[in-house]
Design a protein around this ligand. Structure first.
Ligand code: NAP
Length: 500
């Protein structure tokens, strides 16, 4: 891929930052490879984008649901034709193994198709009865206005579509601030909207760092909804800032310390496969990554031998190689954080079962972490057992029975996803009912996302579960409309209409 000088997509045109400041995107597997150079957006770009979005909003709203939805179908088709080149960009820029990168694109396509279909279903508001027969009551949904979508690097194509697809179909304009680690993916998305003929100002992409490009969009009085996906610390700050503005709403989707529960009666082959996928896909850099395997003590020895043996064989390497299981870490900070967690497992006194980080890295200059597996009893004061490592770092914790497994599952401040592996439907039902999480799986890994299902967490994993149809109350406000079909005024609740 040739190095390219890239620009923002503002008001339907490609523009550099007025300051001339720029930043680089590099391949985390081969940092010498420059992916592109991008504008570091500042006040001038933010003002122009917010102004353009507000100017475009009324005509976009007036276009109507079906016509707005058609743009999303066009974008989905453009992405379908571009699946392989786009997957290669994701693999190069985010370090995601290419099969995972393709899945990222397919998820984005499905999300755009979902948004299109939603527009055609026209499930938009309600007709309500009224106590006065001469009145007709409706609830219509009005777009809130300008949506700011701030996304992380780890699903650099799918996540922008989760946040923007329905936003647009429901009549809002969107300003996307992609992660500074995956700006080429953001630029490619802008390209599809441009090719689809999206009216100027309706969908815009502003590149730059969170502090200088993201934060001012959050606090700008001309933006109305903030949809954030990323780390808890940043999400909390965004929520606090949004609280200062009466007209603004926000959703935050943040991290987790997820787990797979392996019961005494589990199919152990399935348990090992589900646990490996949950712990190590995307090098453990998924919000739904399992950092904990809570295994019934009656099978823990058998499970851990098989898990460790399989983890020894997991292939880590060039993200473009279809034969590797996972690719690179996103950057040096990600590697350092993972190493700190691995070290912490030792200093906190856990037994290290596998540390493959003494092996030669796939490339000398890339950002790599190999599987790290440790074991020990549950301790809620342990940082490595309770905090998000965001790396291939997983603990095997013995538990006795489903009740103790669920108690341990709930003993962190997060509540995103969890899975149970069991042949006993009663145990599955108990876990489904008692696990404090937003996403629950039975006999599956705890990773994955269905575009029509809610996706999100409770506690410090986020608020409002803002996905699929769950986004509607965030993106629209209901307007109560009442028509009088009579020639006189009759008030509800027996209120007198007589002028005395
Ligand atoms: P991050 O550092 O929180 O960044 C997320 C986004 O926020 C980036 O675009 C970032 O910009 C921007 N940002 C940073 N500081 C900001 C500020 N003060 N104001 C406004 N925006 C700001 O997260 P990440 O490292 O990219 O992603 C990893 C985290 O995301 C993990 O915790 C993971 O669990 C979570 N995640 C959650 C979900 C979910 O659905 N629950 C899904 C995926 C990931 P820059 O990066 O350009 O600075």
């Amino acid at each position: 891929m040739a190095t390219r000088q890239m620009q923002n997509f503002i008001n339907g045109t490609w523009k550099a930052a007025q300051s001339g400041d720029r930043f680089e995107s590099r391949n985390p597997a081969h940092p010498a490879e420059l992916i592109g150079v991008f504008p570091q957006s500042g006040t001038a770009e933010i003002e122009e984008a917010v102004h353009s979005a507000n100017r475009a909003q009324e005509s976009w709203r007036a276009l109507g649901l079906v016509k707005r939805a058609e743009y999303l179908l066009r974008v989905a088709r453009l992405m379908e034709e571009d699946t392989e080149p786009l997957a290669q960009i994701i693999a190069r820029e985010a370090g995601k193994q290419v099969n995972e990168a393709r899945a990222d694109v397919v998820e984005a396509i499905h999300t755009a198709q979902y948004a299109f279909a939603f527009g055609h279903l026209g499930q938009y508001g309600r007709v309500l009865g009224d106590e006065v027969p001469s009145k007709r009551c409706y609830e219509i949904l009005e777009p809130r206005g300008v949506v700011v979508a701030i996304t992380p690097w780890n699903f650099p194509v799918a996540l922008p579509f989760w946040l923007t697809g329905l936003s647009l179909v429901l009549g809002n304009c969107v300003i996307l601030k992609p992660s500074e680690y995956t700006p080429m993916c953001g630029a490619r998305i802008a390209g599809y909207f441009e090719q689809a003929g999206m009216p100027a100002g309706v969908f815009q992409v502003l590149h730059g760092a969170g502090e200088t490009a993201g934060a001012p969009l959050v606090s700008h009085p001309g933006t109305h909804v903030v949809l954030f996906t990323g780390s808890y610390g940043v999400g909390l700050r965004i929520k606090q800032e949004v609280a200062k503005h009466a007209h603004k709403v926000c959703t935050i989707e943040t991290g987790g310390k997820n787990a797979v529960l392996v019961m005494e009666d589990a199919n152990l082959d399935m348990a090992v496969t589900a646990s490996l996928l949950s712990a190590f896909k995307t090098a453990g850099q998924r919000c739904v990554t399992a950092g904990r395997l809570l295994v019934d003590s009656r099978v823990v020895e058998r499970f851990r031998d098989r898990f460790v043996e399989t983890a020894k064989r997991v292939r880590v390497g060039d993200p473009l190689d279809d034969k590797v299981f996972y690719g690179a870490m996103i950057n040096r900070q990600g590697v350092e954080k993972g190493r700190r967690f691995n070290e912490m497992a030792r200093t906190e006194g856990f037994e290290v079962l596998l540390d493959r980080n003494t092996e030669a890295p796939p490339t000398p200059d890339g950002y790599w972490l190999k599987p790290f597996v440790y074991a020990g009893p549950w301790r809620s004061d342990s940082v490595c057992l309770t905090e998000e490592a965001f790396s291939p770092h997983v603990a095997i914790v013995p538990v006795r029975g489903v009740e103790e497994a669920v108690t341990v599952y709930n003993d962190t401040k997060y509540g995103l996803s969890g899975a149970i592996i069991t042949e006993d439907y009663r145990k599955a039902k108990y876990a489904e009912e008692h696990m404090q999480c937003g996403i629950f799986y039975w006999n599956l890994p705890c990773i994955g996302a269905g575009v029509r299902l809610p996706f999100g967490g409770v506690k410090q994993s986020g608020n409002l579960i803002p996905s699929a149809a769950g986004l509607i109350p965030v993106l629209t406000h209901p307007k109560a409309v009442t028509y009088n079909l009579d020639t006189t005024i009759v008030m509800a609740q027996g209120l007198s209409a007589e002028i005395k």
